[in-house]
Design a protein around this ligand. Structure first.
Ligand code: PLP
Length: 482
């Protein structure tokens, strides 16, 4: 976004792009929405896209591509082995991250699978600023344990700390001493820390974490899936980086790491993933798993068209005009919600606007999934599909008890370059209505609960007939409006 002041003083996020391809949307009636969420087992992942007006589930694989990306797809070199497209991707990744080796994978969790298979042994501990669902599942599947070492401020919903994704370096040092460096195969550093509201770490904190890792000879692994937002925040919030270009910040950050992996469904505005590796030894350990799990070494499960688009997308990620669009829209939405007293994560981070369900519906116990219930209610209220990021997204403890989440959030993702300001205003309006009627929302319980990553495909039902009451109230308040 350009630094443009409005004469009226109004605070309007201004897009530095124009729309050249559009997709028609459908907004079902509130009665149809109630029926659709029932059919989806009150799980927003299981809704059909045709029933969704604003798809704020995720930014994964649904960011809008640019004209340059679309154009690049025409020159994709379709071959199983030795594709020129792969060479272009490898060169681009080398240019940006400065690492010698690159292994392709079909998406982020595939990289996590490879890393876990190679590095994690039963009893190992993997420190990270905060867990993300898929790496945690791969690590625990292989008998490892995750330790979350984010600074205390990171777990406060409202704060003015600019880098809530920072590691607590004292805790990191203490953990290494207690566990022994030999039991820690790597330290995972997540950019744009997803589950605490898309919160960044600072370059300074990354330097400190990597210095500790080096002291104890522990490899560092950067999850760069949400790097673009983190880069924006480093540039805008870290005084010492104000005069650095995005590319320079990326170069310095990368130089600290041993391994960088990313979901290209997020980073690079495409669909795919990959692992950048500094040492020949680590590359050799991981290399043979790619043909086993992903595909040949020159595509790793990705389509060549997507690889071409990622080459351009990674370049666009180095452009401040482009990467600022997400955070600025998110801040606008969060600020508007706050004006109506709606509890949101602050400061506004990347990825999406995060509503604090624990305060929105404090009457719902965590064992009845307040954030899941709020996400279902928001779909009924506006055809808006968000994602539960709370207890429902956790896995049960081995004894079957609930692992209560430290935060109960509903994430409303703002895929980059997708929504217009009027759509964001519509979402704010429906959330304000829901907040006024929050007492009507009650909890959910599972009727079909998978053991692993239950939030993706599990099915639930409401604990009472609250969805009926909510639908009736909507009709009373909005008349025959959708
Ligand atoms: C921080 C982070 N890491 C890893 C992943 C996994 O990536 P993918 O969805 O491509 O498997 C995601 C996806 O949401 C993510 O946000």
């Amino acid at each position: 976004m350009a630094n443009i002041k409005f004469f009226t003083g109004e605070n309007v996020p201004l897009e530095m792009h124009k729309v050249r391809i559009v997709q028609k949307l459908n907004l079902p009636t509130v009665e149809e929405r109630k029926e659709a969420i029932e059919k989806a087992g009150f799980n927003t992942f299981l809704l059909q896209n045709k029933d969704v007006f604003m798809d704020m589930l995720t930014d994964s694989g649904v960011n809008a591509m640019s004209d340059r990306q679309q154009a690049s797809m025409f020159i994709a070199d379709d071959s199983y082995a030795g594709s020129a497209t792969f060479t272009r991707l490898e060169d681009k990744v080398r240019e940006i991250f400065g690492m010698k080796y690159f292994l392709p994978a079909h998406q982020g969790r595939a990289c996590e699978n490879i890393l876990a298979e190679v590095f994690v042994k039963p009893g190992n501990v993997i420190p990270m600023n905060f867990h993300f669902t898929t790496p945690k599942a791969h690590i625990t599947r292989l008998g490892g344990r995750v330790e979350e070492l984010v600074i205390d401020e990171g777990l406060k919903i409202t704060s003015d700390h600019p880098f809530k994704g920072n590691f607590d370096t004292d805790k990191l040092r203490k953990l290494i001493v207690e566990e022994g460096a030999d039991n820690i195969p790597f330290i995972r550093i997540e950019a744009g820390t997803n589950l605490i509201g898309g919160q960044p770490f600072s370059l300074e904190n990354a330097r400190e974490v990597c210095a500790i890792a080096k002291e104890f000879c522990i490899p560092t692994v950067l999850d760069a899936s949400l790097l673009q937002d983190n880069l924006y925040f480093i540039k805008t919030r870290e005084e010492s980086c104000k005069n650095m270009s995005i590319k320079e910040i990326t170069e310095e950050l990368s130089s600290l790491m041993d391994i960088i992996y990313f979901s290209a469904r997020k980073l690079g505005f495409g669909r795919g993933g990959g692992i950048c590796i500094r040492s020949t030894e680590n590359f050799m350990k991981m290399r043979e798993l790619i043909p086993l799990f992903e595909g040949f070494l020159t595509y790793g499960g990705m389509s060549v068209r997507e690889m071409e688009a990622i080459v351009v997308g990674l370049d666009e990620t180095m452009d401040m005009d482009i990467i600022s669009q997400g955070p600025i829209f998110i801040k606008y939405m969060s600020d508007e919600l706050q004006k109506h007293g709606i509890p949101v994560v602050t400061p506004a981070g990347g990825l999406g606007c995060h509503i604090n369900a624990a305060d929105f519906v404090p009457h719902i116990p965590q064992t009845q999934y307040p954030a899941g219930a709020l996400a279902a209610a928001l779909y009924i209220a506006g055809g808006i599909r968000g994602m539960e990021r709370g207890t429902l997204s956790e896995q049960r403890n081995p004894d079957g008890t609930e692992q209560l989440s430290s935060m109960e959030l509903v994430r409303l993702a703002l895929p980059r370059r997708v929504f217009t300001l009027s759509q964001v205003k519509y979402a704010v309006d429906r959330i304000v209505w829901l907040y006024k009627n929050r007492d009507l929302i009650e909890g959910l319980r599972f009727v079909d609960e998978p053991e692993t990553l239950r939030f993706f495909i599990g099915q639930l039902e409401p604990v009472s007939d609250w969805t009926k009451k909510l639908t009736k109230k909507f009709r009373e308040d909005f008349g025959d409006s959708l």
